[in-house]
Design a protein around this ligand. Structure first.
Ligand code: PAF
Length: 310
């Protein structure tokens, strides 16, 4: 299968490396020519789950170099989706599939603006990957990947099984999921609670549950997101506090992706996470004061970078 993985961040580098090692014809697609030139020669440096180090010579290319692909996987940060989606008509073979494995809402809509919903798949990845540096990643924790057809998609169950098999052959835990939209919201609930607070306080995920005031805010943000999901007709069940506690415990030493972005001075995914809850809440008449506050604080964190006294 000819595969394009769009976005050489932690997850993108990991998937492209594991598919390459499994013998697939895979391309890691980047938009920066100088980075392509550098990593074409260097490959991806992977520290695997078992702790061994491998250099994997995965083809690192620009979008115009792949030729038509049977499967295109989006792994760029949510704020880059709009620009990256413009390459989809060129990357996708006739009848090809495109799968988003990104955090946050609105990625599917942005992809559909370019190619329609019919050939789109959505997925949620619970595995832990840390990007140490450009092209250097650590596969930090195992975890399942769920893939399914979102509303509007016409991808058949047999085609979804084909994609799941591809991930399994590459050594990843992967399953088809019949209600992927619910799972996207369940992951969002976790992200809107953990990501902004760990980034603002600069603490690992496990510390959040030990800070009573911050924990209260995290639970309130997740509960607001659940109320918005339900108002949108998406049955996200279960207690948000329990869900948050499970993830904070399972990923205790992890630096959340938003904390990693803040520490590296990169833009965060706040617009695709808490800001989406606020916007959708407004449309549906659901109050979201905590998500609004967290959105404003994380936006201010970025804007205040050059103004700080220390
Ligand atoms: O974005 C993240 O960092 C992850 O989705 C999660 C689950 C919060 C773990 O760090």
């Amino acid at each position: 299968m000819r595969i394009a993985v769009v976005g050489p961040g932690g997850l993108g580098c990991l998937l492209a490396s594991l598919f390459f090692e499994a013998g697939e014809k895979v391309f890691l697609v980047d938009y920066r020519p100088e980075r392509v030139a550098l990593f074409k020669a260097k490959g991806v440096h992977l520290k695997s789950l078992t702790g061994d180090h491998r250099i994997i010579p995965v083809p690192w290319v620009l979008a115009e170099e792949t030729g038509p692909c049977h499967l295109t996987i989006m792994t760029v940060k949510a704020h880059q989706t709009e620009a990256a989606a413009r390459a989809l008509p060129r990357l996708m073979a006739a009848g090809g599939l495109a799968l988003t494995l990104q955090n946050g809402l609105a990625n599917l809509e942005l992809m559909a603006q370019e190619v329609g919903f019919e050939r789109l798949l959505a997925g949620v990845a619970f595995l832990g990957v840390t990007r140490r540096d450009e092209g250097r990643i650590i596969h930090a924790g195992p975890g399942p990947i769920y893939i399914g057809a979102p509303p509007g998609s016409q991808v058949s169950p047999a085609e979804i099984s084909g994609v799941v098999d591809l991930f399994s052959r590459a050594g990843l835990e992967c399953q088809a999921h019949p209600h992927i939209q619910v799972l996207l919201w369940e992951k969002l609930l976790v992200n809107v609670g953990i990501n902004p607070l760990t980034a603002l306080l600069r603490v690992p995920n496990g510390a959040l549950a030990k800070l009573p005031e911050a924990w209260e805010l995290a639970v309130a943000a997740a509960a607001e997101a659940q109320a918005v999901a339900r108002a949108a007709g998406i049955e996200v069940t279960g207690d948000p506090q329990t869900r948050l506690r499970q993830v904070c415990t399972a990923t205790a030493p992890n630096h959340s992706s938003m904390l990693q972005d803040v520490l590296a001075g990169r833009p965060t995914e706040i617009e695709a996470l808490n800001a989406q809850v606020v916007n959708r809440g407004k449309t549906l008449g659901v109050p979201t004061p905590v998500n609004s506050l967290l959105t404003q604080l994380v936006r201010s964190l970025a804007r205040s970078a050059g103004l700080r006294v220390v």
